[in-house]
Design a protein around this ligand. Structure first.
Ligand SMILES: [Zn+2]
Length: 219
């Protein structure tokens, strides 16, 4: 599409978050290119709403950000929402290792990252350097990623306390594209409690399922 803006700053902003009207057929070279891209983002405007589209090597996200548009628009549909892990599900043994680490750190909080490499298509767990840990406070450094590696999950514990996203967690997660998980009540015999969300585009979205293989499968 043609982007029209009078000054370079405005043009740069529009180029950084491109907007694509959806043709009646549902696709266009630009839209199809964005959906197939290794990394990128933009918005699609269809007769049934506005879709935020985000691609990362590990993530394909299409999320509607408005209700159906009331005005008549001679456009196509924005299509179905999706939130797919292009990297696949994270092996269960990584979750077990992380929970062991969190229990070992009790009564203090602790943190872990799940990283994924797009060249070797493998996951790795990294435990960050902790600058300060108490039962209610944790200060840690986010990992420095080597070429090809991506942060998929940012996980921390609330020790023996409940699992929830605190105001500090919300502030930390606003600008990130990642899955955030919190584990709490780690010493409970009934097992830990957990909350999760996908952070993308300044939004906190519910996860359709656990990112760990087998975690949702009862059979
Ligand atoms: Zn927290």
């Amino acid at each position: 599409m043609t982007i029209t803006a009078d000054d370079p700053t405005a043009a740069a902003i529009l180029a950084a978050m491109p907007c694509y009207p959806v043709p009646p057929s549902g696709g266009s070279p630009a839209l199809d290119g964005l959906r197939a891209a290794r990394a990128g983002h933009g918005v699609a405007v269809g007769r049934d709403g506005v879709m935020f589209i985000l691609r990362r090597p590990w993530l394909a996200l299409d999320v509607p950000v408005t209700p159906r548009i009331a005005a008549y628009l001679p456009y196509g549909s924005i299509g179905e929402p999706r939130a797919d892990l292009r990297c696949g599900l994270i092996p269960d043994e990584h979750l077990a290792r992380i929970l062991d680490h969190f229990r070992g750190a009790l009564p203090n909080e602790a943190a872990a990252f799940v990283l994924w490499c797009e060249t070797i298509r493998q996951f790795a767990v990294e435990f960050p350097i902790i600058e300060e840990a108490t039962p209610s406070r944790l200060v840690y450094r986010t990992p420095v990623l080597s070429a090809g590696w991506h942060l998929v999950c940012d996980i921390h514990s609330h020790g023996t306390g409940p699992a929830f996203f605190s105001a500090t967690d919300n502030a930390d997660d606003t600008d990130a594209t990642k899955i955030a998980l919190v584990f709490g009540r780690l010493s409970d015999p009934d097992g830990p409690e957990t909350v999760s969300r996908l952070c993308a585009g300044g939004m906190f979205l519910p996860l359709p399922r656990s990112p760990f293989a087998g975690a949702d499968d009862a059979d």
